[in-house]
Design a protein around this ligand. Structure first.
Ligand SMILES: [Zn+2]
Ligand SMILES: [Zn+2]
Length: 270
């Protein structure tokens, strides 16, 4: 049984645990070990359950807790060459830490096999990850991308569960306080996915068989959980999917989702 436990997901900090009974992996370490430990314990896990750390890219909201975590845990850190170089340059990992390149191969950690795919983002070399459990369940983690490229689309297709970025609401971004250059960066091809873009992808994936969606990496400035949720829920409804029956759709609040999702298991409505 593969589980996804999202600990934090926003422009302020990102960290998600995927695991089975044999332990698991952490994707991104944008929060410190203390909060991470408390959060994992709340879901019945421990820091020592983390057998490897995978980093999508070197932006602070994904690595701010990485140095301390690698000082505490003796586990490898996986990423693209560009990301690993940036981590070294930033001093974001402990000197002892084993850094391993993941592109063009798959890595097995416990009962999970992890593959990566490239994302278009304003960083050195961003990645998303696709996980397969020993029992054949599949999950994808995909945030911080300007658009859904063909590489991204094919990596997400057929997954049981997808954690997808739904970063900003177009109008909130346009009318918000951010300077023009920043608005253009966020909405650009190397920025973030809007609620509308996420909703389109969610429908496409639902049509190809994905049954569980978690919207994540919401901007605290330019989005609201209810807006992100409504956009994807409306699009799914229009395409004929009943939420809670045909598909499950959740949104991760900036901090403390506090819900563990069993991948590939239908959520039965009470
Ligand atoms: Zn980010
Ligand atoms: Zn980023």
């Amino acid at each position: 049984m593969m589980e996804c436990y999202n600990i934090a997901s926003s422009s302020k900090g990102n960290s998600t645990y995927f695991g089975t009974e044999a332990g698991g992996i952490l994707i991104d370490a944008g929060i410190g070990p203390r909060i991470l430990d408390t959060s994992l314990r709340a879901a019945g896990h421990r820091l020592s359950d983390i057998k490897a750390i995978f980093v999508t890219h070197e932006h602070n909201d994904h690595i701010s807790g990485l140095r301390k975590l690698t000082e505490r845990l003796d586990v490898p850190v996986y990423g693209s060459v560009g990301t690993l170089e940036a981590l070294i340059e930033k001093g974001a990992v402990s000197g002892e830490c084993e850094l391993l390149e993941i592109c063009r191969r798959t890595v097995t950690v416990g009962e999970l096999t992890v593959a990566c795919f490239p994302t278009s983002h304003d960083c050195a070399q961003g990645l998303g990850f696709r996980l397969t459990s020993a029992e054949g369940k599949t999950a994808a983690y995909c945030t911080d991308l300007g658009f859904i490229s063909t590489d991204v689309a094919s990596a997400l297709t057929g997954c049981d569960f997808v954690l997808l970025e739904s970063n900003y609401e177009q109008e909130m971004l346009q009318n918000g306080i951010y300077p023009f250059y920043l608005k253009r960066r966020i909405a650009g091809d190397r920025g973030h996915l809007s609620n509308a873009e996420a909703a389109r992808e969610v429908v496409r994936l639902a049509k190809s068989g994905t049954r569980q969606f978690l919207l994540g990496h919401l901007s605290e400035q330019n989005n609201l959980p209810q807006l992100a949720l409504a956009e994807s829920a409306d699009a799914l409804n229009k395409a004929g999917f009943r939420i809670g029956q045909d598909v499950s759709l959740w949104v991760a609040p900036p901090r403390g989702f506090g819900k563990s999702i069993t991948i590939g298991e239908a959520e039965v409505l009470a």
